[in-house]
Design a protein. Structure first.
Length: 165
């Protein structure tokens, strides 16, 4: 009996040490992850980690999209009304870059920051089926919902008032 007990204690100790090592490695994995930063058309960069605590709207638009042109002033106004609680970002659906992107942003009157890279893959959001489209991140930085079609100031206010955000 004594041999079995000693053997069992030794086996338990090795399993506990293995489990402890696994837990340490898993915690180190989280510490070593680099935050993903996205360049901004106006200069600088942003990460969704630093925006936690705010509701983030990522709006997809294109120059040829008539509903986008109608929606953009609503998004501008919404962003101006809620600078402490909301961050509105834009992404050009067509992947336009450089001077062309700057000219389109100016022509459409987009007053909120434009991302130079599309974060859709990093956020695990499926490809868009149409425009305009807006991805909503809650205050924890998690994808809360994807909005299809043009948003109004009223629909945006309703999102902000949702208890789960």
């Amino acid at each position: 009996m004594l041999k079995v007990t000693c053997l069992s204690v030794a086996m338990l100790r090795r399993k506990a040490e293995g489990l402890l090592l696994l837990l340490i490695l898993l915690s180190l994995y989280g510490c070593g992850k680099e935050e993903i930063r996205y360049g901004l058309l106006a200069g600088g960069s942003v990460s969704f980690e630093e925006l936690q605590g705010k509701v983030v709207l990522i709006n997809y638009w294109a120059e040829w999209c008539r509903p986008c042109r109608i929606e953009i002033p609503e998004l501008n106004h919404f962003a101006q009304q809620h600078p402490d609680n909301v961050r509105v970002l834009s992404v050009n659906f067509d992947g336009v870059v450089g001077e062309n992107l700057f000219e389109q942003v100016q022509a459409l009157g987009i007053e909120f920051d434009t991302l130079l890279q599309d974060p859709r893959i990093d956020l695990a959001v499926l490809a868009s089926s149409g425009l305009p489209e807006t991805i909503v991140l809650n205050r924890k930085g998690e994808v809360q919902q994807v909005l299809f079609g043009p948003q109004t100031l009223q629909s945006l206010e309703a999102i902000l008032d949702a208890p789960r955000l």
